[in-house]
Design a protein around this ligand. Structure first.
Ligand SMILES: Nc1ncnc2c1ncn2[C@@H]1O[C@H](COP(=O)(O)OP(=O)(O)OP(=O)(O)O)[C@@H](O)[C@H]1O
Length: 290
């Protein structure tokens, strides 16, 4: 007897010319499943997905979209045992990058290998966060991208250089592991995963199923520091850099003293003066290739 799969598709995510063929090939490649497709609408999708999941018992949930769509579906699956197969059809796909899923073929590989992890989930001021949340340098880039039409790696590189020369300085108070720490930083990253969607490994210690997350404080101040940081990213090893500190925890309270821009899984959230980030006691069963 065929198992039941729900395929949730965001028709508006990413920028794929051949999206409908990709969606068709998902159904063709999931042999053994009867696939029901449901498209997001951009309005009250959380409630609609909640109803769908309530109405029927699915054996598999597939989500084709970007981080925002995967996060939306995941937020309705807390406490469910049903595995979630992410299919990277967004523009950045940071979460999928951390799961070793770069494209549709990788999703199918993970499905066929039946490899899943019980992924830790963070809550950031009440909102679900699967992948990472950061303040300062990278969040300002994400915000520029949201406001700008320009896309692609060249534009990302140009914006990064501008940001380096702008040299915006931020400071934060962190309450974690029973300590209160004041930190100056160009960027503060709260990471469940190990990398950005661009592939840059910002958190080499990151494991998404280890019951903790990392707080990475980066404060490069000179061209020499930035060069050392870029080399460290290439080597995927941030150890030995005196302007980088990494803390592991399951709860941090952040006071954003100089109003750094913040984003959660790629969605910019402005005016976050105080932010509580904690691991919640429920995980989600995600297909993964790592
Ligand atoms: N049918 C729809 N029409 C327009 N917008 C939609 C529709 N369905 C969902 N959305 C919007 O899509 C956004 C989420 O997109 P998502 O993050 O998945 O993709 P992305 O932005 O292309 O990728 P990434 O987050 O990886 O950069 C939400 O803002 C949601 O409101």
């Amino acid at each position: 007897m065929l198992k039941q799969a729900l395929l949730i598709v965001n028709p508006a995510s990413g920028n794929h010319d051949n999206k409908s063929e990709l969606i068709d090939s998902i159904t063709k490649n999931t042999t053994g499943y009867k696939v029901t497709q449901w498209n997001t609408t951009g309005k009250d999708d959380d409630q609609k997905i909640n109803k769908l999941l309530d109405k029927e018992d699915f054996d598999l949930i597939m989500v084709a979209g970007g981080d925002g769509t995967i996060s939306l579906v995941a937020s309705q699956m807390l406490g469910l045992n049903t595995p979630l197969l992410p299919i990277p059809l967004g523009s950045a796909n940071g979460l999928c990058a951390c799961l070793g899923i770069q494209n549709l073929e990788d999703s199918i590989t993970a499905l066929n290998a039946k490899k899943t992890i019980q992924m830790d989930i963070l809550r950031v001021n009440g909102e679900i966060c699967l992948h990472l949340c950061d303040f300062g340098f990278n969040a300002a880039l994400v915000k520029k991208f949201e406001e700008n039409e320009e896309r692609g790696m060249i534009s990302y590189f140009k914006s990064s250089l501008t940001q380096i020369f702008e040299n915006n300085k931020f400071s934060f108070n962190l309450e974690l592991n029973g300590e209160s720490l004041n930190q100056n930083a160009k960027m503060l990253v709260i990471a469940n995963g190990d990398r950005f969607g661009t592939g840059v490994k910002i958190n080499p210690l990151g494991k998404m199923d280890d019951g903790k997350f990392e707080v990475v404080v980066l404060n490069p101040d000179s061209i020499k520091d930035w060069t050392a940081l870029i080399l460290a990213f290439i080597k995927e090893d941030l150890s030995g850099l005196d302007f980088v500190e990494v803390f592991q925890t399951n709860r941090v309270h952040i006071t954003n003293l100089k109003d750094a821009v913040c984003h959660v899984d790629g969605e910019v959230i402005d005016d976050q003066k105080t932010v509580l980030i904690e691991l919640i006691d429920k995980s989600i069963n995600f297909f993964s290739n790592v």
